[in-house]
Design a protein around this ligand. Sequence first.
Ligand SMILES: Cc1cc2nc3c(=O)[nH]c(=O)nc-3n(C[C@H](O)[C@H](O)[C@H](O)COP(=O)(O)OP(=O)(O)OC[C@H]3O[C@@H](n4cnc5c(N)ncnc54)[C@H](O)[C@@H]3O)c2cc1C
Length: 223
Amino acid sequence: MYDAIVVGARCAGSPTAMLLARKGYRVLLVDRAKFPSDVVNGYYIQQHGAARLEHWGLLDRVRASNCPPLYRITFDLGEFSLSGSPPPADGIAEGYAPRRTVLGKMLVDAATEAGAELRENFPVHQLLRDGEHVTGIRGYTTTGTAVTELGRIVIGADGVNSVVARAVKRRNLQCSASAHLLVRCPLERCSDRRRGVLSAKSPYDCWQLYKRRSDCRAHELPP
Ligand SMILES: Cc1cc2nc3c(=O)[nH]c(=O)nc-3n(C[C@H](O)[C@H](O)[C@H](O)COP(=O)(O)OP(=O)(O)OC[C@H]3O[C@@H](n4cnc5c(N)ncnc54)[C@H](O)[C@@H]3O)c2cc1C
């Protein structure tokens, strides 16, 4: 019986498993992928994410992977591009965009170093229940053998098509952009054109703001 079973071992799952294991809990971390594992999209870690990695003692591993620090970002919206430097988070001024193969492996390694047990190539198909209470998972090994594992809690970190979320019949929560863009304002009506920035949740929102020029809000850029 595990204290916690975490399904999905990328950005959400591995740090969750790591933090629980660091607290002394017995944790099973499972993923249908085998790490290092690539995915189609890249990954820009914003300052708040980099600050988390620093807090967990992992940011030096990203730096040691030869991943360059990024101080300025540009969103190319076709008609114009928006560039700026996000404000530091907890003293971390830079973002990073490591290869997913590098980041994913680094995170699962950190989880196992903390004591979590990692099981790769292990797709979870079903949650076990005792009445309304989820008691564990059922998955399959690469040879097709069904395996059940029991846990006091099962944590779904298995992405947008989460088997865990579906099994407990929860609506998938809408992802919201975690960061606001801080970009030099391209708008003529902005009160402080030299230092103005748009605050928006996504490049799309910036584009909407651009189209509704009267909504432009000026903020101070950090020094
Ligand atoms: C095109 C694109 C670009 C993006 N760019 C950025 C960016 O630059 N910066 C940023 O911060 N975010 C970015 N995002 C968002 C980011 O990718 C997600 O927020 C993030 O990957 C979510 O991490 P996660 O760990 O929750 O899930 P995922 O990364 O989806 O990981 C889920 C894991 O669960 C495993 N899994 C799934 N089902 C099962 C199962 N049944 N059994 C066992 N394992 C299972 C999968 O193999 C996978 O390893 C981007 C997204 C997209 C689509």
